[in-house]
Design a protein around this ligand. Structure first.
Ligand SMILES: [Zn+2]
Length: 286
């Protein structure tokens, strides 16, 4: 690694510690509990963005502003032993996890993609995937307020990367990814609406596009990587389901979002390793 690259990695890691803190604010504030289930049977809705982003960091129980010295990612949570300095209420345990996982995912993205323009859409996916997973785990909803805007930003950043690197076939593979990943889930939702929420189909559209985009230029590579992600997501989802049924009993609802995000991140990071043995890996045409 050159000196410039080392500086960029150090700077980027610090930035992603801050982004992790910000992601916690979104996970805290975006969902709002409903008094009674809505027409989809969901117990949560989401707040509009201005309400989520307005104001300084504050405790979600007592509203006390968080002092700068209590706002250090991971460290502050450990020093305060997970309790608010003002009211003593618990600061949810996802805080240190999200604050740590976000910069680690940044390092993973740099390790796997390197320093070409594809890093731009890859880094965008990190706070999106982390916040969607955490919110789905806590509330069983996949927030449309995140997923659709995130999808359009992803497409825009991917177009920038494709133009900058002169490789439009990545975008075509993005479309293939949507068809292969979201298609089966859409059919499943259409035939058995009770089996999953439409939120999962929307999320599969966002993740399918990204998996396809990072699958290189071979059409079969795009198909194979999306199939791989679908298979891995199902295995993870089944595992989470069995654990949840064991822990919470037969009525447990099982979120599928975190399994889809985890499997998408793994398949994107290991795209070349997964596709190379099948002769389907290529980053440029011709
Ligand atoms: Zn408090």
């Amino acid at each position: 690694m050159s000196t410039v690259e080392i500086i960029l990695v150090v700077f980027g890691t610090s930035a992603f510690f801050a982004i992790g803190s910000f992601t916690c604010v979104i996970i805290d504030r975006l969902p709002v509990a409903l008094d009674e289930p809505n027409r989809f049977g969901e117990l949560w809705d989401t707040r509009p963005w201005p309400e989520v982003l307005g104001g300084n960091s504050r405790c979600s129980s007592c509203g006390e502003p968080v002092r700068p010295q209590d706002n250090i990612p991971v460290v502050s949570w450990l020093i305060l032993r997970g309790n608010c300095r003002g009211c003593g209420d618990r600061i949810p345990g996802f805080h240190p996890v999200v604050e740590l996982i976000t910069p680690l995912l940044f390092l993973g993205a740099v390790w796997s993609i390197g320093s070409d323009w594809r890093l731009l859409p890859a880094l965008w996916l990190i706070p999106v995937g982390v916040s969607v997973s955490a919110i789905d785990l806590r509330t069983m909803i996949v927030p449309t307020r995140i997923v659709w805007p995130a999808f359009f930003v992803s497409v825009a950043l991917s177009v920038v990367a494709a133009v900058a690197e002169g490789e439009w076939l990545w975008l075509r593979n993005g479309v293939i990814g949507i068809l292969v990943l979201a298609g089966p889930l859409f059919v499943l939702w259409f035939l058995l609406p009770k089996s999953m929420g439409f939120g999962d189909v929307r999320l599969a559209t966002l993740l399918g596009f990204s998996i396809g985009f990072f699958s290189g230029v071979r059409p079969m590579g795009g198909v194979a990587l999306a199939v791989c992600a679908l298979g891995l997501a199902s295995i993870l989802g089944l595992t989470v389901g069995i654990v949840a049924l064991g822990a919470r009993g037969r009525k447990a609802q099982v979120p599928f979002g975190p399994s889809m995000v985890a499997s998408a991140f793994i398949c994107i990071a290991l795209a070349s390793q997964i596709l190379e043995p099948f002769g389907q890996w290529g980053l440029t045409h011709g």
